[in-house]
Ligand binder design. Structure first.
Ligand code: ZN
Length: 348
């Protein structure tokens, strides 16, 4: 499977010599890693560290997918970002790609400033050999779960909230999926989040590292099933068990049903992202000319134009608009206020 694009050069052989010397991984594992495309979905507390580990490990192509902007409250636990990114409200995918490019190495970086949805999941994840979960909400994880099972792509679930973290590698076509493990979570709302119960920096970094260990093992061709890990470092507890077979009543594993991909399901076009930010998505999607939008907004407020967005500040609210018609409105927790501003500035 070696082709001229992925054949190791002398420089890359030296760069990766320590991991290639680790016998279970070996030169073969390095070669396979260099030929792989991996999607990292969510670039927060988990995904930022995942992206860094996998770039440093020499993954061939990394798709960096995130919908959010860097905020100051991210900096204690999210790698790859700094004060300047938070002050500038930069998209995480853009800031992450820039930092990873500065680290160097042969990895091809593809930043995508987008929320993963049913409408774009084929385009954003298609062609990847592995998907890494850096998300912080179950709705997105079930979309990953169902897409990956349908397309026979393995993915690595990770979660870290409060004092507890968990990891499971979900194989392409055997063993339990996320729906087997958390049958009620697909429709659950609320629950603990890092906004409500907090989290300390070492936990997401630890969970991300474990997710990457599972990822590299898989990329190296180790066919042993993934284990279900549960870690509580503050309490000094760790557990790793065989995940066992699929649940006997799992719709996805047993009947090839993929509810999260069902076009009839309602996504909701307005939702709260964190404490003080509301996301509004374009109804039916969009493909905006951001330069034209910026021209239209001239004189309406303080304007800013980035590679992936156009932003306006008005009456204490900041609206960041992306090409797909999605906007993040900062400075409010009211969906109605956010929707009203969106309709006034962007339209319906
Ligand atoms: Zn299942």
């Amino acid at each position: 499977m070696t082709d001229p694009e992925t054949a190791p050069t002398a420089a890359s052989a030296d760069r990766f010599s320590r991991q290639a010397r680790f016998a279970p991984f070996g030169p073969k594992g390095q070669e396979r890693t260099a030929g792989a495309t991996v999607a990292v979905v969510g670039l927060g507390g988990l995904g930022s560290w995942i992206a860094e580990h996998l770039a440093r490990a020499g993954v061939g192509t990394l798709r960096l997918i995130d919908r959010d902007l860097v905020e100051a409250s991210n900096l204690p636990r999210q790698g790859l970002y700094g004060d300047a990114d938070a002050r500038g409200g930069r998209p995480k995918a853009e800031a992450a790609a820039e930092r990873l490019a500065a680290i160097g190495g042969p990895t091809r970086l593809e930043p995508h400033v987008a929320e993963l949805t049913r409408a774009n999941v084929d385009r954003l994840l298609g062609g990847s050999q592995l998907v890494m979960d850096g998300l912080d909400h179950f709705a997105g994880r079930f979309l990953l779960n169902d897409w990956c099972r349908r397309e026979r792509v393995p993915w690595v679930y990770g979660g870290a909230v409060g004092g507890t973290g968990a990891v499971l590698r979900i194989d392409a076509n055997r063993g339990p999926c996320l729906r087997c493990l958390f049958p009620g979570a697909a429709s659950a709302t609320g629950g603990d989040t890092c906004d409500t119960v907090g989290v300390l920096s070492p936990l997401p970094a630890l969970i991300a590292a474990l997710q990457c260990s599972e990822a590299l093992r898989l990329l190296a061709g180790d066919v042993r099933p993934g284990r279900l890990w549960q870690l509580e470092p503050w309490e000094g507890r760790a557990l790793a068990i065989d995940a066992g077979p699929s649940a006997p009543d799992c719709a996805t594993c047993r009947r090839e049903a993929y509810p999260a991909l069902d076009p009839a399901a309602d996504d909701g076009d307005v939702r709260l992202c964190g404490r003080d930010t509301v996301q509004v998505a374009a109804r039916g999607g969009a493909d905006l000319d951001l330069a034209a939008v910026a021209a239209r907004w001239t004189g309406l407020g303080e304007l800013e134009r980035g590679r992936f967005l156009v932003r306006i500040r008005q009456h204490g609210l900041t609206l960041s608009l992306f090409r797909d018609g999605r906007a993040l409105i900062q400075g409010t927790s009211s969906p109605a206020t956010a929707r009203a501003l969106y309709e006034r500035l962007v339209g319906r």
